[in-house]
Design a protein around this ligand. Sequence first.
Ligand code: PLP
Length: 389
Amino acid sequence: MATPAEARVDLSAIRHNVALLKEAAGGVEAMAAVKADAYGHGLVPVTRAALEGGAGRIGTAFVREALALRAAGVTAPVLSWLITPGEPLDEALEAGIELSAFDTWLLDEIAAAARRTGRPARLHLEADTGMSRGGAPLARWPALLDRALALRAEGAVEIVGLWSHFACADIPGHPSIQAQLDAYEEALKLAEQAGAAGSEVIRHMANSAAAVTLPAARFDMVRLGIALYGLSPIPEQGDFGLRQAMTLVARIALVKRVPERSGVSYGHVYVTDRPTTLAIVPIGYADGILRHATGRAEVLAGGRRRRVAGRVCMDQFMIDLGDDVLSAGDEVVLFGPGDGGEPTLQEWADTLGTITHEIVTRIGSRVPRVHLDGPPGAGAVTSGEGSGT
Ligand SMILES: *Cc1c(COP(=O)(O)O)cnc(C)c1O
């Protein structure tokens, strides 16, 4: 390792997780959600690993993310579900990207792109069944269906999927879950009556949490995000046999002895209570180590847990080694699967009062993602790349 910090991503864990989740979901089709640089894990290598693990489809939030996959040579079906007016839809259709449509203005833009390019758009129509985020509310669903069917008659679009998304699938027993399932069934019935729900149409609603806990929500496909990365979609229910893919490490830049009563880092919120040894860890809030980790989060260094001592800075933070002897260049593990006694991502999330999704997606572009074909320490490096690619 020749960089101050790096995120090691075990691609064998990604493959394991997809296979496990597919089986848990009764073998239905799996879409790998790789938005936000594959939740910070590196878009292209993770996508390839997910496909190898058994995912048949790929999902991104934005068209740009899908175009990046095509530019990297990924040929599997890719769906993008969050589109704003004026986006490069011609390019999307030419790249064979499937598009979600959630309003008639968007259908019209997609149809215009289809006419310009001569490429019928492959659509997934999105119903808002109760999250009040994307999707057409049921009151507008018939109008969306009508417009889509008119465009299909014209040859501008094909209807490939009918889908929705849960608000509370990670809160088992939440009353909105059944209400959303009922609303989705209603949306499907309306689509069927309108002639938009042929047997080839993919019905999909489940995210990771629903995939592992709600058989009734599987339909034809599950969309796997957080669980793909080996992070529990419902931490209160354990890890579901998932394997955390990411290990975040940094190398100590400087070790020094300081006297008793030394104030450490900005604001001197940490003051040494004895002569001690400090180590400078070169990763900071610009790299996604939340300032909120100050005095809270723990890391593994020299075989022992140490708490972040003093404020997290933009590029670095300090740990207090006591009288332990470590050297510049020694590795500090911020989090990993936990096998070596290091904190897991779930532990970091619990300590910081957030969810693992937020921690992994905020790891900055200065931290290279290094892809391994096995757990760190065992596996060979398959690729190293900057994030955001
Ligand atoms: C992010 C996302 C997913 C994956 O969600 P997880 O809870 O991470 O599994 C699935 N579907 C849509 C529409 C999403 O935006």
